[in-house]
Ligand binder design. Structure first.
Ligand SMILES: [Zn+2]
Length: 181
């Protein structure tokens, strides 16, 4: 199937310097910022930083993709919507997500190039545990919207990560055992 491009409605408020994409405020950062953000979220042992990062991404992506699909109702099939989500990920600079081996029942999503993992490696070097919490949230949020579920319905675990030495980041997608949220 041909790629369906993510061509969202974009507005910029010059007075407040606010960029909105598909009705959501946006701020795009480089790998330096994102690597520091990730480290800041992971370092304290008294908060679950990875869960916060993944959960925030899940909610934001679910809403933004829903806004976009509301604006472009001709994008109907799951395959088209997955293509749009993959292009959204690419356009924001997070690079590549391959959704071809997952559907509403779950499966495997692969990222042969991940901004989060590569940014960490370039800035801090290799690490021992997967770090693409944002990507986990992106996948969970995109799947929730594409398959008409709420955030929290899908559980995404990163089983291999480029920052740990794998060739690709690999994410296992499942329906949450306490799903239907
Ligand atoms: Zn990764």
């Amino acid at each position: 199937m041909d790629t369906i491009r993510f061509t969202p409605k974009v507005s910029f408020d010059k007075r407040d310097n606010q960029l909105r994409i598909a009705d959501q405020l946006m701020c795009l950062h480089c790998h330096h910022y994102n690597a520091h953000l990730l480290r800041t979220a992971e370092d304290p042992d008294y908060i679950d930083g990875p869960r916060i990062l993944a959960g925030a991404a899940e909610n934001v992506v679910a809403q933004q993709l829903a806004n976009h699909l509301r604006d472009f109702p001709d994008i109907r099939s799951s395959a088209q919507r997955l293509s749009v989500a993959a292009d959204m990920f690419r356009m924001y600079g997070f690079v590549i997500l391959d959704f071809s081996k997952a559907d509403e029942k779950g499966g495997t999503v692969t990222s042969p190039s991940s901004h989060i993992a590569l940014g960490w490696k370039v800035k801090w070097g290799p690490r021992e545990t997967p770090c693409c919490h944002f990507n986990r949230g992106f996948i969970a949020g995109a799947f929730a919207t594409i398959y008409g579920k709420s955030p929290g319905y899908f559980k995404v675990v990163e089983t291999q990560c480029i920052a740990v030495g794998a060739e690709s980041c690999v994410y296992k997608v499942e329906v949450n055992s306490n799903g239907n949220k």
